[in-house]
Design a protein around this ligand. Structure first.
Ligand code: SF4
Length: 181
């Protein structure tokens, strides 16, 4: 368990050397958005642009996420965005299980501090990190013991590479509007 406030947590992330990913990272990527969000989006890991800017979803996938957030009708105060990993994996490879486990205390501390009503997992890596196993179906929400509604949808990068996913994603969002409206 990581104690202290959000600023302390940020400092801990900035000096973290728990896994080798910090060696190649330009910036750790911590969060963007509201510090008091209703909805928390959780992605996978920083890419090249995020590593340069230190801001999650600031590249091409970020544009897709912004479009999705517009489609959901959210305002900036409604949401925050974080990733499972805070440092960029080389060549954007998939996070390793060991890296996910080593970074997980930061993920769980962020969720605790941000205290969202709804968590939206952007893809399978976010689900595996959050639950430590795979148990969700796409677009079918569940409620945790803590009373948080959790929904798994496609990662915004999937909208870039598979354009058919755009309409599928909209269907998943439309089915679940009651979670945030
Ligand atoms: S990815 Fe996470 S665990 Fe690994 S060095 Fe960065 S902050 Fe630490």
């Amino acid at each position: 368990m990581i104690d202290g406030g959000f600023e302390h947590l940020e400092k801990e992330i900035r000096k973290c050397a728990n896994c080798s990913l910090h060696e190649g990272a330009t910036n750790p990527v911590i969060m963007k958005g509201s510090r008091d969000p209703n909805i928390l989006f959780i992605g996978e890991a920083p890419g090249k642009t995020e590593d340069m800017t230190g801001i999650p979803f600031s590249g091409r996938a970020g544009k897709k996420l912004d479009e999705m957030i517009g489609y959901m009708g959210l305002s900036p105060d409604d949401y925050a965005v974080i990733n499972v990993l805070k440092c960029r994996p080389p060549n954007n490879r998939k996070p390793r299980k060991s890296e996910i486990e080593q970074c997980k205390p930061f993920l769980m501390a962020q969720i605790r501090f941000l205290d969202p009503r709804v968590i939206i997992l952007l893809g399978n890596t976010a689900e595996e990190a959050f639950f430590s196993r795979k148990e969700m179906q796409w677009g079918v929400p569940l409620v945790t013991d803590e009373g948080i509604s959790v929904l798994k949808i496609f990662h915004p990068a999937a909208m870039i590479y598979q354009r058919s996913r755009i309409d599928e994603q909209k269907e998943l969002l439309d089915k679940n509007r009651h979670l945030w409206e």
